[in-house]
Design a protein. Structure first.
Length: 276
């Protein structure tokens, strides 16, 4: 099949750290489908990660920016418009970090200072990006904005801590700003609730390997990997989804609709047999 769903489109991608990142895979897929890109991450992540290698592969520009600073976001979007010669077509938000998770501080003993940082980095950054793009009229009519979320926004998953709260806020922002952006500029705003994915950020969550295994056993189609998520993002950035907005779209192999699977029951029985 000819890969041309995004031919002529231009996009800004937040959050590519290394080749394990979902944002990295999204950049590759969108480029393969004909898009021109600008890549961004925090200055520390740009120094420590491999984003410049990705930029060489995709012939893209890299602009470091702290997504918690309005002046950085404004400079980033303005420079992106200069590179593209005007407005562009899509944005990916793939940013998330919780100091409480990193420091293994349990939810019941949370540091509120850390929790506010998690909200600022993981969710309010999305509002800043949308607000700035809206004010600068940076996204073309019928453009698309996608942020990556997780089912912990709706369900309690031990170890995910205050990131569940952050993802719930992220999804709410997508709905609230999605209404405004759709009404005024015909721009779509959606979130993708992705399967647990073995990224650098995900590996910092206590018990993450067990969570991935549980999700794999529960999901009829199995976990969606980063490359498959990138395929879904391509569709959402394309003209095939012109009327899809303000949605939280599950991309999790069916996990979000499951109660108990046969594979999970069998594993559960084995654990009882071992106890006996």
């Amino acid at each position: 099949m000819e890969r041309s769903l995004l031919k002529g489109k231009k996009g800004l991608i937040f959050g590519a750290l290394n080749d394990k990142s979902i944002a990295w895979q999204v950049a590759l897929k969108t480029w393969q489908h004909g898009a021109r890109l600008v890549l961004t991450n925090s200055p520390v992540a740009v120094r420590m990660g491999s984003i410049n290698e990705l930029a060489r592969i995709t012939d893209s520009s890299v602009i470091p920016a702290d997504a918690t600073r309005m002046d950085d976001i404004e400079k980033l979007i303005s420079e992106t418009m200069e590179i593209f010669g005007g407005r562009f077509d899509f944005i990916l938000h793939s940013i998330g970090m919780s100091p409480n998770v990193r420091k293994n501080i349990p939810y019941e003993n949370t540091s509120y200072e850390n929790m506010l940082k998690a909200f600022d980095i993981s969710a309010l950054s999305f509002h800043r990006i949308l607000q700035t793009a809206y004010r600068l009229d940076a996204i073309k009519e019928r453009g698309s904005v996608v942020a990556l979320s997780y089912v912990a926004a709706q369900r309690t998953l031990t170890g995910y801590n205050d990131m569940g709260d952050a993802k719930a806020l992220l999804e709410s922002i997508a709905r609230s700003f999605g209404y405004i952006y759709g009404r005024d500029r015909k721009v779509r705003v959606n979130t993708i609730s992705q399967s647990p994915t073995l990224t650098t950020a995900g590996s910092g969550i206590h018990g993450f390997d067990s969570l991935v295994d549980f999700s794999e056993r529960m999901s009829p189609l199995g976990n969606a990997n980063a490359e498959e998520c990138a395929d879904y993002c391509v569709v959402l950035f394309s003209d095939l989804t012109r009327k899809v907005t303000m949605q939280n779209l599950y991309h999790d192999g069916g996990f979000s609709s499951m109660g108990m699977s046969l594979k999970a029951i069998e594993q559960y029985r084995k654990s009882f047999e071992e106890c006996d």
